[in-house]
Design a binder for this molecule. Structure first.
Ligand code: NAD
Length: 360
């Protein structure tokens, strides 16, 4: 297994911005996308950082991803809104959706907003962080409309996406609680990174095409295709199913039925509930109780091995400190990014340097 390359964090963020500018994104879209992707890597989620760029560019070249779109309103009752992402860059569509949802939650106390038909919105926790920066809590149900990857519980064939569930809870003068995970046993991007690195996947997360357990990440990328298992057996499967129904179908979004799939396109729908926790009228109690409960949870005797008891969101913050200046990126991903720069240069006549020029 090759060692990771160390990229200069600011330089690769600038390179990613330049790539999207060269591809045709306006300044705002290129900035939001680059900031989002690099923040995913900085947060330890390499599955949702730079490794998605080659796929996004394939989608752009196949006329799936549409640049410089604005969300458009489909339904608007004030506190309940549905918007269409118009197949636009998911990072821009999600940022616009959250801005709208926060404004409506400020006006009404709570807002429920459905975003449909957006290109891949990346690390969903980023959108909960946008709400928490303004003091709002949020709950997100997201589905994925691309080739199904996750087998239903007791199934041996993929039928669902990796459908993430996300909850952000702000705290006063303390880091927020941020639950943000795929309902599959592992995010498929982590299998993609293992595939690029030519390293085995963890045990207990993959089935081969015959439905037998395997650690070979190639079963997700080479025929005959296998499937990911759901997280926590029937529970993750049921949560993932709810993400398809509540996170998409209920407000007009597609599920990954074969008729809805578009070659090289990877789309998300997201239902987000944004609210001001203060409107329950129990803000002081919430703050006191939360801090006391976190202390109580952390006071539990450690399991053998002595690893720390973490709060949701803490692992990502620890990564951000460690990766502030330099990002470890696997050589396979960097090679794909170099190829992607060539693709954009060929298509747009730009002169992007390779991503490997940002090696620190
Ligand atoms: P993961 O398995 O790493 O779990 C992350 C969550 O678990 C975070 O909330 C983290 O703070 C928490 N956590 C980690 N260690 C912990 C500990 N010891 N104690 C308590 N909490 C802990 O994440 P994942 O399932 O690989 O998902 C990664 C990312 O992929 C997420 O950001 C998700 O939004 C994103 N995703 C996006 C899509 C999409 O289509 N856009 C699809 C799937 C996943």
């Amino acid at each position: 297994m090759e060692p990771d390359l160390m990229l200069d964090t600011d330089a690769i963020r600038g390179w990613t911005y330049d790539l999207w500018r060269a591809a045709g994104s306006n300044d705002e879209e290129a900035r939001i996308t680059a900031d989002h992707l690099i923040m995913a890597n900085m947060s330890g989620h390499d599955s949702h950082g730079l490794s998605v760029v080659p796929g996004y560019v394939r989608s752009l070249m196949s006329d799936q991803l549409q640049l410089n779109q604005r969300i458009s309103i489909v339904t608007d009752t004030g506190s309940l809104v549905v918007v269409d992402g118009n197949r636009g860059m998911g990072q821009a569509a999600a940022a616009q959706t959250m801005t709208l949802a926060i404004a409506r939650a400020r006006a009404h106390g709570v807002a429920i907003v459905g975003l449909k038909n957006a290109h891949h919105i990346g690390r969903v926790g980023h959108w909960a962080e946008q709400a928490m920066e303004e003091g709002f809590a949020s709950v997100h149900f997201t589905n994925v409309v691309s080739r199904p990857l996750v087998a239903p519980h007791n199934g041996a064939q993929a039928r669902l996406g990796t459908n993430p569930l996300t909850v952000g809870l702000p705290r006063r003068d303390a880091p927020p609680i941020l639950l943000d995970f795929a309902t599959s046993a592992i995010a498929v991007g982590k299998i993609r990174v293992a595939y690029y690195k030519k390293s085995p996947a963890p045990e207990g997360v993959l089935l081969d095409a015959q439905g037998a357990p395997t650690t070979d990440p190639a079963v997700m990328y080479e025929e005959p295709l296998g499937a990911l298992l759901a997280a926590a057996g029937h529970k993750g499967y049921a949560l993932g199913l709810v993400c398809d129904l509540l996170g998409a179908a209920i407000f007009g979004g597609d599920t990954p039925l074969p008729a809805h799939l578009r070659k090289n396109g990877m789309y998300n729908n997201m239902l987000v509930i944004v609210f001001d926790p203060g409107r329950f009228g129990a803000q002081d109690h919430y703050e006191r109780e939360t801090e006391a409960f976190i202390d109580y949870v952390r006071s539990a005797k450690r399991a053998p091995g002595g690893a720390d008891i973490l709060m949701p969101g803490e692992a990502e913050r620890n990564y951000r400190t460690a990766r502030a200046r330099r990002l470890p990126i696997d050589a396979g991903t960097v090679a794909f990014l170099d190829e992607t720069a060539k693709t954009i240069n060929g298509a747009r006549g730009s002169k992007l340097p390779p991503a490997s020029s940002t090696i620190a």
